[in-house]
Design a protein around this ligand. Structure first.
Ligand code: XMP
Length: 517
């Protein structure tokens, strides 16, 4: 049985980050809405209460009956989680005079406390709260303070229950990983046996049992998630898995051919369908971004459905859905939002059962599993790419000629990122491509005047877009070296017929988005 930590989500923006930190400690964890604790699950070894956008005394604040978990598991409350436990046990929580936000340093802490083992003196912590605990319950003791906050952390006396008002999951908390490790490993007793290898072993066994001799179909996109899901399923059920890779004509230059070749080398049973004509014809004259997405989504389902029906007796549809797609997030109103997006209603239409072998993994874990499965590096470290492809990077209507121009410009930019050597933060050799979350070129619906040789030109402008991010929810524009941008701009203007101007997008998300449409 896979032991696990439960993270009760009270709606904080950093809840997912807590999950990732715990997984980095090779410990399995699950994030569940605050009111959905799995009381009958014998594999739970500890509980973390997350932060929240609410104050504990807000009428709508998320509350639970602590007696149902207290004393049964070690508990760590973070920020709101800490304030909530103090408040519910007779402590006092009040608005902080000034919002306590940003860096602070531990002034004093109980070094012998198991939660603070090996934490350094004056260690930096990250605060982000509008309330503060001003008095703790009688049977609790303060175990840490900062210059401004007297009760930065507490423990219930003689009990495995802790609260910290700072955020150990955030990188700015220097000894945050240490503190989480103290809790998860020393206090909860995690065996740290959650690894890519153990995941593969147990998942392959589960898939064999779940699928038996059934036939499964899976849509490949060329992206890391669907590719890893396919290789994993291939390991479990071999030729009973058929993969379908649809070319909607809006992929990157030579991508369809290259990726299909990769898949074949991996031993996958894959059908490549060139449906680009159909998509070009259906997209003709469509300019509105959401309409483009709908046309492509529906076209994809049609092609996939048609191909799948040629196969006999298929019972399952497999997808590369990953954990962040599945986590039910809480909105400020308390409603649970399910942000799970599968391929536009395919399972319902096809009347197939859904198989999602990566649904418990974060993106970096999917990559580790891919490595462990022996997949080629370039397939695993690939940037994310939107399902509708270049269609949402051509502003205005789409024609094969515009796609050709964009493919050529994009190819120069991406290849340039792959070739440009740099050092990473640790001084190791790498290339710009790996320092960027995602990059691409946008074809703008404008022409501008230029001069080439003696000729006046009137051609298209493109924008380069490259961002850094950890999850695509927020992103900063990548501060690419000027020399690199100069080279790419030159290469594009000289080599791509139809483009005479290159710009660089320097907007962050929010308020902009990564894609332009
Ligand atoms: P935005 O533009 O919303 O993008 O900042 C966030 C991430 O999502 C990708 N993206 C899409 N992926 N279908 C997809 O499969 C889509 O319609 C779509 N739109 C955006 C985008 O590339 C980025 O990684």
């Amino acid at each position: 049985m896979q032991e696990k930590i439960i993270i009760l989500d009270f709606g904080s923006q950093t809840t997912q980050l807590i999950g990732r930190r715990i997984r980095e400690l090779d410990t399995y964890c699950e994030i569940v809405p605050y009111n959905k604790f799995p009381h009958n699950d014998p594999s739970v070894i500890g509980v973390i209460l997350s932060g929240s956008p609410f104050s504990v005394y807000d009428e709508n604040a998320f509350k639970i009956d602590l007696t149902t978990i207290r004393g049964k598991y070690p508990i760590l409350g973070i920020c709101y989680g800490a304030q909530f436990m103090a408040y519910m046990n007779g402590g006092k929580v009040e608005p902080a005079g000034t919002r306590e936000y940003g860096r602070a340093h531990l002034a004093q802490f109980e070094g012998k406390n198991p939660l603070f083992r090996n934490v350094r003196k004056h260690s930096q912590v990250w605060m982000s709260h509008g309330d503060t605990i001003t008095a703790i319950p009688d049977n609790f003791k303060a175990i840490a303070s900062t210059d401004k906050v007297a009760i930065a952390a507490y423990q219930a006396k003689n009990e495995k229950l802790w609260g910290v008002q700072f955020h150990p999951e955030v990188y700015h908390t220097e000894d945050g990983t240490r503190i989480l490790k103290n809790f998860v490993v020393d206090i909860c007793g995690s065996k740290q046996d959650w690894s890519a290898a153990s995941f593969i072993e147990s998942t392959v066994a589960q898939l064999k049992e779940q699928l038996g001799n059934d036939k499964v179909v899976l849509g490949l996109s060329g992206g890391v998630d669907s590719s890893v899901a396919a290789v994993l399923l291939n390991r479990a059920i071999g030729k009973n898995l058929t993969c379908i890779f649809v070319d909607h004509g809006m992929l990157r230059k030579n991508e369809f051919k290259n990726v299909l070749h990769d898949y074949e080398c991996l031993g996958l049973n894959v059908i490549g369908v060139d449906a680009s004509k159909k998509f070009f014809s259906e997209l003709s004259g469509v300019t509105e971004p959401e309409r483009k997405r709908k046309v492509i989504g529906k076209g994809f389902i049609d092609v996939f459905d048609e191909e799948a029906h040629k196969l006999k007796d298929v019972k399952w549809l497999a997808q590369g859905t990953i954990y962040p797609d599945c986590i039910e997030s809480l909105s400020i109103t308390g409603t649970v939002i399910k942000s799970h997006h599968n391929v536009g209603g395919l399972p319902e239409k096809m009347n197939l059962k859904l198989c999602e072998p990566l649904r418990l993994l974060f993106k970096d874990e999917v990559r580790r599993v891919g490595h462990q499965l022996g997949m080629p590096e370039h397939l695993i470290t690939r940037h994310p790419f939107p399902g509708p492809g270049l269609a949402v990077r051509i502003l205005g209507d789409i024609t094969p000629e515009k796609v050709r121009i964009l493919q050529d410009a994009d190819d120069i930019f991406i290849q340039g990122l792959r070739d440009w050597k740099v050092k990473d933060a640790q001084g190791n050799d790498t290339v710009l491509y790996h320092q960027v979350w995602q990059a691409g070129v946008i074809l703008l619906p404008i022409q501008s005047v230029g001069v080439m040789g003696d000729e006046r030109t009137y051609e298209q402008a493109v924008a380069l877009r490259a961002v850094t991010s950890t999850d695509a929810m927020t992103a900063d524009w990548a501060h690419l070296p000027y020399e690199f941008l100069a080279k790419v701009s030159n290469d594009i203007i000289n080599k791509v017929k139809g483009v005479n101007r290159v710009t660089y997008d320097i907007s962050s998300k929010p308020p902009s988005t990564i894609e332009w449409e």
